[in-house]
Write a protein that binds this ligand. Sequence first.
Ligand code: PMP
Length: 443
Amino acid sequence: HSSNLQGYAPICLGLEDFYIRRLYLRIQDCFGRPISSSPGAWFDVVERHSNDNNKTLKRTTKVTRCLNLGSYNYLGFAAADEYCTPRVIETLKRFSPSTCSPRVDGGTTILHNELEVCVANFVGKPAAIVFGMGYVTNSAILPVLIGKGGLIISDSLNHNSIVNGARGSGATVRVFQHNTPSHLEEVLRQQIAEGQPRTHRPWKKIIVIVEGIYSMEGELCKLPEIVAICKKYKAYVYLDEAHSIGAVGKTGRGVCELLGVDTADVDIMMGTFTKSFGSCGGYIAGSKELIQYLKYTCPAHLYATSISPPAAQQIISSIKVILGEDGSSRGAQKLARIRENSNFFRSELQKMGFEVLGDNDSPVMPIMLYNPAKIPAFSRECLKQNVAVVTVAFPATPLLLARARICISASHTKEDLLKALEVISQVGDLVGIKYFPAESDKQ
Ligand code: PMP
């Protein structure tokens, strides 16, 4: 796993600590500001004055309305919604913000049961279990699924929550080159003799972990190839759909739907509610036996307070909208919009000469800056023109692969996108990050 820079960055110590602190002190003037509104297509960014070592926030009333290119609000449910919001308010009044109990001690409301059925049906699995946090879903589930004597084969760019769960499980962990099925096969071959049945192998079990859309790369998983390899070598497939569920696929059902993979071939489907559904929490969906086992054994189910009822209601309601069960066609429109917006924005950025990572249909769009020293100028200059972008650098990416990570939403209008493109183009010229000739210069 040592090649996994995202998950295995050193806890900042010594010299590294010194340099990272200095880098982030410079960046603090342009991101990490609090917001004072819902994270919709536009949001209110609160001006931060202090930049001292104590990181104190000076109280200020200066609020800037900015075009939001940072939140994972893929379908636009993070802002008030005509169907979801009244139901969430009603739930808040009836159930309160918290259950104040774990699931097994009075913390299971009727909404929790409804949510699990709703999620299982939506993702196309027989059963599901939900947790109060997406991060914990990965980090707490993996140690329950596998342990000593087991083998985890993890994509080199998997999210930190997966890395933490894999480490905590006590299983042997091997990493395959990011989204490279041939390397996955090579690693599997090294680890087992081909053709042996699941029960007669050096490993008690093997789990291959991938993401539907990679959060720092915007890339779609090569799921059909990976599933075929896992079948051949009898390994379980664990798919994290944090960024793909709700965001891609004809009816929003994620990468399986988009890439034509049968959900029966994905053994463990994981996802979060913090992106497309505008809520919080995470889920695991799988066979009835798997979910039953997790309900009996997973400490995060047994000992952690259950997902907040208003958050559960937000998920149920947003899924109903996506499926058209609210009696409108808004869900279908949102899905069409996120795809159109994403593909338009990506191709326009590429035409301008930016290096943009990721695949068509993916709403995650990293614009490469490379040099981390370009981060402060890029995000500050965008912010000056009321465009808020998130920049990502080490340790979330390798040191010299800094990037601005744009997240497109169905709630962005064409005007929003045109404004964003104009600002990003100007700032791109200023900071010098158009690494390719612009389409307009080629003619
Ligand atoms: N998995 C992936 C791939 C993620 O990108 C994230 C966070 N963005 C998580 C899990 C954790 O989810 P949450 O933020 O909902 O806790």
